[in-house]
Design a protein around this ligand. Structure first.
Ligand code: SF4
Length: 375
């Protein structure tokens, strides 16, 4: 007997074709999608406007399986972190951020990540475990909406993993996020963040019309290679050339993510070099205060250094924002929530910072280069 297909892995069109093959009317596919995506009902038995005989046929060939909420943490800034458990017991992390009416869900595309960026808890401490299925990506949205009763208005692919290295599942989940029969978000409300997997990056952005965010973080190829091994396979020049191929609407932009590391990438020279390589691109630079991890020996930039960096960029005609880091009081950096839970389960070492604010692992430290005290 062939295994049941998880409907959350199927686009509307593919599900329509499958329903037709079973000899059921096409409107059954529309009804089932409404139950799943609009009413958050994941059990055929509760789909009362579908005849019992058709429910029996559907249950014979399909299932509706999404990851289950394992833990949540509410942050003082109003965000909620979700740790979801997949069917194989693996943990998937997502964060719901609340700003005024906006509900932005940061979703993961992998368990862990193979790219090993040195400043990132996911890459350096968890490593790559596996890709997520489309059902596990879209399941993060459905789980957050069901759990909170709130409608997600924006999606950012900025959680664990590199989405473009899981392209098939990414494309199915984008189809479902955009399709009015499923989640039904406008393309401008979805952002794909990539460390620079090209040419897949521009291909996906142009195909779906969603917004791009490049995790750039360093203004030279040499520095990128030192801190982001992905640069050895996807060099900076090729990544910048790929950005130029993207169809960006006149009022829109490419977001450039840049983590601020004291004395590593935050000098005036770095700011000038950043402005130089981005010349001619319509970008918004998003500076990210570094959220320390235990395995990377670096400190966040000082406020004064950030101000200087921002001034150089603005003087060079660039637009700059500083990211408010959601949930940093509850292990908010990429992968840190999952890492702490995995440590609790004995799957990885306890190397992340301690939840007890007085723990010696959380003591103030100094930047080894400028000797400024940081936390
Ligand atoms: S920063 Fe992103 S791309 Fe780099 S290791 Fe972490 S999850 Fe992967």
């Amino acid at each position: 007997m062939t295994p049941k297909q998880n409907i959350l892995n199927l686009t509307y069109q593919v599900f329509c074709d499958a329903v037709a093959e079973l000899g059921l009317p096409k409107f059954r596919a529309t009804q089932i999608f409404e139950w799943i995506y609009k009413k958050h009902t994941f059990n055929f038995a509760a789909m009362t406007n579908v005849s019992q005989s058709d429910r029996d046929v559907l249950a014979q060939y399909f299932e509706i399986t999404l990851p289950q909420v394992d833990q949540t943490q509410d942050s003082a800034d109003g965000s909620t972190k979700f740790l979801l458990k997949a069917q194989d017991g693996r943990l998937i992390e997502s964060i719901l951020m609340r700003v005024q009416d906006r509900r932005t869900l940061c979703v993961s595309s992998m368990v862990g990540c193979p790219l090993k960026c040195r400043f990132c808890a996911t890459g350096s401490e968890i490593g790559f475990i596996r890709n997520l299925e489309a059902a596990e990506i879209i399941g993060q949205v459905l789980a957050a909406e069901s759990f909170t009763g709130e409608k997600v208005s924006n999606i950012v692919f900025m959680g664990m993993g590199e989405p473009l290295l899981n392209r098939e599942a990414l494309e199915v989940s984008l189809d479902l996020l955009l399709d009015k029969k499923a989640v039904g978000l406008a393309p401008a409300r979805i952002t794909i963040s990539s460390a620079g997997i090209v040419p897949a990056f521009s291909e996906v952005i142009n195909k779906f019309g969603v917004r791009p965010a490049l995790s750039l973080h360093f203004p030279t190829g040499a520095q990128r290679s030192e801190y982001m091994p992905v640069n050895r396979g996807y060099p900076l020049a090729a990544v910048l050339a790929d950005l130029k191929k993207m169809h960006i609407k006149p009022r829109d932009h490419i977001t450039i993510e840049y983590i601020m590391l004291c004395c590593i990438n935050d000098t005036e020279e770095h700011a000038h070099e950043l402005a130089r390589i981005l010349r001619g691109l319509h970008v918004l630079i998003n500076l990210i205060p570094y959220n320390p991890t235990a395995t990377f020996d670096a400190q966040p930039s000082t406020a004064a250094q950030m101000d200087l960096f921002i001034k150089v960029l603005i003087d060079r005609g660039l637009r700059v924002t500083v990211r408010r880091s959601a949930g940093t009081d509850v292990d908010g950096g990429c992968g840190q929530f999952a890492l702490r839970r995995e440590a609790f389960l004995g799957k990885v070492g306890t190397r992340t910072h301690c939840m007890q604010s007085k723990c010696s692992r959380n003591q103030r430290s100094r930047c080894k280069k400028c000797d400024n005290e940081k936390f």
